[in-house]
Design a binder for this molecule. Structure first.
Ligand code: FAD
Ligand code: NAP
Length: 532
């Protein structure tokens, strides 16, 4: 029988996961990538990848630890440190491509210019126009597909808000998208606008050599370090057990954690919302930059002057440069708005993947999310789900049920994060998709098979590999890997100094660590409850 052809737009993390998921389900993936390399924004170039849109800066280090940001059936190699640099992450993606032979499904330097319903073909099929990247698109080629996975990323179009007087400002204005290195800011007075991770990283880096950096935020910010005091990745505390802890306990615990890293009031960072309902910053350097006076937190900007900015608190500063670290606008220029609009408030995606209004669900949007944790495991589950739906293995609910779900989900998100924000997803979301496709690890099924594994899966860090323990396309190495993942976090940093300790000894140690973490979480929960 003819294999269904799936058109995949983009070969970043989402696109690679999509190709792999199609292959697993017996679909034929055809991926178009406008740049000359895989990896999307993890493919660093000094010029910011003219053809690729999204980009990273030279010093960028992942803010999610390696074991929490890998694909479920492909761990990082033992040379990767707990927090990979963009180069190491890109190498990982290259290794993933090689291991599963994904490159042969990608056509590089090819831009998708239009995706339309294929009138006159079988219902649900799609017509895709592609052109050589960098051309005006008039010499387009046409392809017909049974289904489409949109994996084009969400960080292409810089968001530059308008401010009074900006047009008269005579200094240099840039967006964080084009930031690469701090070299040209030496000795200058710089304003960085925003309170996200880009703002934090750039302010901290530029603050090393600039004469002064002013970090302008419209509210304050919650800052979390990557590491605990014992240099253990903080994100290894994310466990399934925590999903059953009342939210007010976790919320207060998070606040305590952030305050123990940096007292917000002392540094002018105090915030009106809590870290659950607002984006937070993951940053290990900014606290000291603030403490050493190299960076100063400021309020929102009231207006630009000819030589600098005036803040809403009435103070003025002169600035040589202003960097807008104000995020991105989502855009799907190749899709008509009746298929999937770029405007977030007009979108209706069932569980953030399937446009609900389609008669046949042959189009999926992968990665239009804001992840709290690694992106790879989330987009991988989305892609696995989409491939199963395209192949008819998993059914979606009826139109009315999906629409109701979208409305409730929107209401919930708007009330927490405010309208028009890229949807924030966490472990609760991945567990939900995993349940839909039958790969959510079940404590009770595992406990009879392997009690220590069941225990680790529930109380230990929620590693992506847990989604390969059971169900379709489970991985025979998953159980063994799940037991050693905690230990593997440090494989590169322990380097040659562990010969004297056997690996079983280390496994026991990591089990004890998990037990201790569980105990600490339980004790903290009790303390927080008593304080409240
Ligand atoms: C500065 C920065 C740092 C980040 N750090 C982390 C981190 O530490 N950990 C983490 O998990 N996540 C991080 N993220 C989130 C990041 O979005 C995800 O990790 C992940 O890279 C998203 O992958 P993607 O494939 O969805 O999108 P992208 O990486 O943007 O890839 C999209 C691909 O689609 C291609 N494309 C787009 N349009 C077309 C078209 N019309 N035709 C053909 N090809 C097209 C692009 O060229 C690109 O290769 C970071 C994001 C940013 C901006
Ligand atoms: N080291 C790393 O791994 C790393 C580094 C950088 C970025 N990233 C990731 O990259 C993605 C993008 O991050 P980002 O920081 O570029 O964008 P972002 O997270 O969207 O943050 C944008 C910031 O700009 C602020 N902002 C927007 N409009 C504004 C306005 N009109 N006036 C004042 N402030 C305004 C936002 O404030 P509000 O919150 O009030 O809207 C927010 O603080 C995220 O997923 C992030 O985690 C990771």
């Amino acid at each position: 029988m003819e294999r269904k052809r799936v058109g995949i737009i983009g070969a970043g993390v989402s696109g690679l996961a999509a190709i792999k998921a199609c292959l697993e389900e017996g679909l034929e993936p055809v991926c178009f990538e406008q740049s000359e390399e895989i990896g999307g924004l993890w493919h660093y170039t000094d010029d910011g990848g003219q053809k690729q849109g999204a980009s990273m800066y030279k010093s960028l280090i992942s803010n999610v630890s390696r074991e929490m940001s890998c694909f479920s059936d492909f761990p990082f190699d033992k040379h990767t440190p707990p927090y990979p640099s963009h180069t190491q992450f890109h190498q990982y993606l290259q290794q993933y491509c090689n291991r599963f032979d994904l490159r042969k499904y990608i056509t590089f330097n090819t831009q998708v210019v239009k995706v339309q319903r294929a009138e006159g073909f079988v219902e649900g099929e799609w017509l895709v126009n592609t052109a050589d990247a960098g051309t005006d698109g008039t010499e387009a080629r046409q392809h017909v597909f049974h289904a489409i996975m949109v994996c084009s990323g969400t960080y292409h179009q810089p968001h530059i808000p308008s401010f009074v007087g900006l047009e008269n400002y005579q200094g240099t204005v840039t967006h964080s998208q084009s930031y690469r290195t701090p070299d040209r800011f030496q000795g200058k007075s710089v304003v960085v606008i925003g309170a996200g991770n880009s703002a934090g990283d750039i302010a901290a880096e530029v603050g090393l050599t600039a004469s002064k950096v002013y970090l302008s935020m419209r509210d304050g910010v919650w800052i979390f370090p990557r590491l605990t005091r014992s240099a253990r990745p903080l994100d290894l505390s994310i466990s399934r057990a925590l999903l059953n802890v009342p939210e007010f306990v976790t919320r207060n615990y998070l606040k305590m954690l952030s305050r123990s890293h940096i007292n917000q009031v002392n540094y002018g960072l105090d915030h009106t919302k809590d870290p659950f309902t607002h984006g937070f910053m993951v940053n290990d350097e900014i606290a000291f930059r603030l403490a050493s006076g190299k960076v100063l937190a400021k309020s929102d900007i009231a207006e630009f002057t000819r030589t600098g900015v005036k803040f809403v608190d009435g103070s003025n500063v002169d600035a040589d440069e202003v960097i807008f670290a104000t995020g991105y606008d989502v855009s799907f220029p190749f899709l008509d708005s009746d298929i999937h609009p770029s405007s977030l408030q007009d979108q209706e995606l069932y569980k953030l993947v399937f446009p609900v209004h389609m008669k046949k669900h042959t189009l999926a949007v992968i990665g239009e999310i804001r992840n709290r944790g690694g992106a790879s495991p989330v987009v991988e589950l989305q892609a696995r789900w989409a491939a199963q739906v395209f192949q008819g293995i998993t059914q979606l609910p009826d139109h009315h049920t999906m629409l109701e779900h979208v409305r409730r989900d929107r209401q919930y998100r708007d009330s927490r994060f405010g309208p028009n924000k890229l949807p924030v997803v966490d472990l609760r979301y991945t567990e939900d998709i995993a349940r839909d496709i039958g790969v959510k690890p079940s404590f009770w099924r595992l406990v009879f098979r392997d009690p220590s594994l069941a225990f680790l899966t529930y109380f230990g860090p929620a590693f992506p590999v847990h989604y390969r323990l059971q169900g379709r396309h489970s991985w025979s190495g998953a159980a063994e890997y799940a037991k050693t993942a905690l230990l593997n976090t440090y494989s590169a940093t322990r380097a040659g100094r562990v010969q004297s300790r056997s690996s079983s000894q280390l496994k026991v140690n990591s089990l004890i660590t998990v037990l201790l973490v569980c105990l600490i979480v339980a004790v903290l929960a009790v303390i927080v409850m008593i304080k409240i």
